[in-house]
Design a binder for this molecule. Structure first.
Ligand SMILES: NC(=O)c1ccc[n+]([C@@H]2O[C@H](COP(=O)([O-])OP(=O)(O)OC[C@H]3O[C@@H](n4cnc5c(N)ncnc54)[C@H](OP(=O)(O)O)[C@@H]3O)[C@@H](O)[C@H]2O)c1
Length: 264
């Protein structure tokens, strides 16, 4: 599949480069990075052997094009390189909401896979929702994301909207939860620093336990909820009629709806 031409290497592209450098994936010497203002991670890859100013001859060598520019500029970015690409080059796009058929047609009918990743790819703990109609494009997307993410393949492109609501946008839900827990601790009288340390470490530890134990979250919840105890009192609110269930259903639906709107 190499070399990989990264079309855009900002926040998401930079996170991938960081993850690949620590957990496997393309080596810096296999990267062609086309970006007018590359991220620090892209610059570091340049120091390690990646080409930071690839030209048309390099474009023609690329086996995979990782489309990682903002959705607003993807068409002009594609138009600049498409005429120079090898006929067999495969496109892997992370551009939110941009349909595979539109990408394929902008890239002269080449094979396309779409991925909705999270930036935790930087620490080898990303999630990548993947859709592709072609086995080769799916395989190339797995080559790029498998080393740094849990890859979940979807049977229909439309499901990427819901996956965006449940995964792509969801790291922000978790951060918002930790923020709110910190603020609630301070409101309950804890010094701000103590509340921050308690909220962060507790949430990160609970996530680590969920991961390490392999248990269902419902089972772990039951294990720490004594009848008539403090946790049960709090869960009566969190899992009540206006609690997390309906709130998250609404939040995920709003994100999925917005993803559909952005896709046009
Ligand atoms: N960040 C996330 O958490 C996340 C998650 C899932 C999917 N995505 C998707 O990933 C894509 C990139 O998002 P991002 O957050 O990484 O954006 P970003 O930080 O703005 O990175 C995009 C990079 O592309 C560069 N660029 C602009 N026009 C270009 C062109 N014509 N050719 C080559 N490079 C060009 C930009 O340079 P300038 O700054 O100079 O414009 C920037 O460095 C988006 O489509 C987004 O939907 C992002």
């Amino acid at each position: 599949m190499t070399p990989v031409l990264m079309l855009g290497a900002g926040r998401l592209g930079g996170a991938l480069i960081e993850g690949w450098s620590r957990f496997g994936g393309p080596a810096p010497s296999d990267l062609l990075i086309l970006d007018p203002s590359p991220s620090p991670a892209a610059l570091a890859a340049g120091q390690a052997g990646a080409a930071l100013s690839p030209g048309p001859r390099d474009f023609a060598r690329a086996g995979v094009i990782l489309l990682a520019v903002k959705p607003q500029v993807w068409r002009e970015a594609a138009a600049a390189i498409s005429p120079h690409l090898a006929p067999g080059a495969v496109i892997v796009s992370v551009a939110a909401g941009v349909r595979a058929a539109d990408i394929s047609s902008a890239f002269g009918g080449r094979k396309v896979a779409r991925v909705m990743p999270t930036t935790a790819v930087a620490v080898g703990r990303g999630v990548a929702s993947l859709y592709g109609a072609d086995p080769e494009a799916i395989a190339r997307a797995r080559d790029l994301f498998g080393p740094v993410a849990t890859v979940v393949e979807l049977a229909e492109e439309e499901l990427l909207h819901a996956a965006t609501g449940v995964s792509g946008s969801a790291p922000a839900y978790f951060y918002a939860f930790v923020e709110a827990l910190e603020a609630a601790g301070a409101a309950a009288g804890l010094p701000a620093a103590a509340s921050r340390d308690l909220a962060r470490a507790t949430m990160v530890g609970a996530a680590a336990l969920l991961d390490a134990s392999g248990e269902d979250p419902a089972e772990l919840r039951r294990q720490v909820t004594s009848p008539g105890g403090t946790t049960e009192a709090a869960l009566a609110i969190l899992m009540g009629q206006a609690g997390l269930g309906p709130l998250l259903r609404d939040a995920v639906a709003a994100a999925a709806r917005r993803s559909e709107e952005l896709g046009g």
